[in-house]
Design a protein around this ligand. Sequence first.
Ligand SMILES: *Cc1c(COP(=O)(O)O)cnc(C)c1O
Length: 400
Amino acid sequence: MRLLPRRKKPFELDTRLAHTGRAPSEHCGMVNVPIYRGSTILSDTLEDWESKKTQDNPMANYGRFGSPLTRSLEAAVCDLEGGYRSILFPSGLSACTHALLGLLKVGDHLLISDSVYGPTRIFAERVLKRLGIDVEYFAPSDTADLIARFKPATRVVFVESPGSMTFEIQDIPAIAEVAHRQDAFVVLDNTWATPLFFKPFEHGVDISIQAATKYIVGHSDALLGIATANERAWPALQAAAHDFGETAGPDDIFLALRGLRTLSVRMKQHHESGLRLAEALQAHAAVARVIHPGLPHDPGHAIWQRDFRGASGLFGVVLKPMSRSQLSILFKNFNLFGIGLSWGGFESLALLVDPPKRCVPTGGCDGPLLRIHAGLEDVQDLIEDMCGALDSALCVETAA
Ligand SMILES: *Cc1c(COP(=O)(O)O)cnc(C)c1O
């Protein structure tokens, strides 16, 4: 399949987003790769059948291993992440768990960032420990703490930068240098930054994961995971996906490819609106602290500026202490912010987050913690909606 028009000089990002992973001449001129539904893939001759096992992708002989649609999304995301190969999973969590299962064996030591996505942590606690893997957590923004926890048996360092809920930025190049000195792998959950705002393989990552459910799909209407590996990690990643029978449904893949085409324009807006909303909230009387690596006072700001090309629309807000009834009023007064899990769609969300489970003490999260997703609505409308709801919550206190 021809996946990109040929030219000597590489095309710029926005051009690649519009053109990678599709080949109209191979699909009756259709602009988008059509949805392929199928389990059985027929061969014309015995030779044709046998050749399918020896091609570059040795698993093109059965629907579970995907279709031209699967290869299209994999090729497009691999190009953007800058890796060697990509493979799809039915969800973002599934991409995380199978990357870990592919690399780890009994007796290995796994280091995980303390602010990792909750279900990844539950998987490590419930499944990996049961399989005899030594699981340990490190302080996400303290590289010295991580280095001190390295053991000869350390096989994988799992990072997520910034971390879920508390948004600590990690020094990935420094972490990768230590890990690679002893042949360990660095696996990154790159969902927050997307392949546009953080280039994992330029910073020493071995496997990069996208919960495509979030920004790549971008419309809150499909679930999908994508893991991209460098050449060293690829055989283990591919084997894990195939051995466990992981496969992604064609409709979800189609929606992810459709979302990918507009990723760049959407991310520019999420970046700008997220920052403007964060700045407005910083000035509000009900707010103790805004956690957003794009803000100059943020502890992760310097590394974010060095390593990232932008910020997504997801950030945290620590409120000054508030009663339960004030919190209820706050959420009742949102007109534009939906209350619900996931993020990365076109619409804004707000969530009251449970105190995050941590092994390494982290300061600065004493009041109620909100996770906010700035969507694609007019940013001034978003600021007025959020600040107005906070005003109402404060009024209750004064009235009481
Ligand atoms: C949502 C999320 C996931 C999991 O994605 P699903 O598609 O919901 O399984 C993984 N990592 C991060 C950082 C996420 O936000």
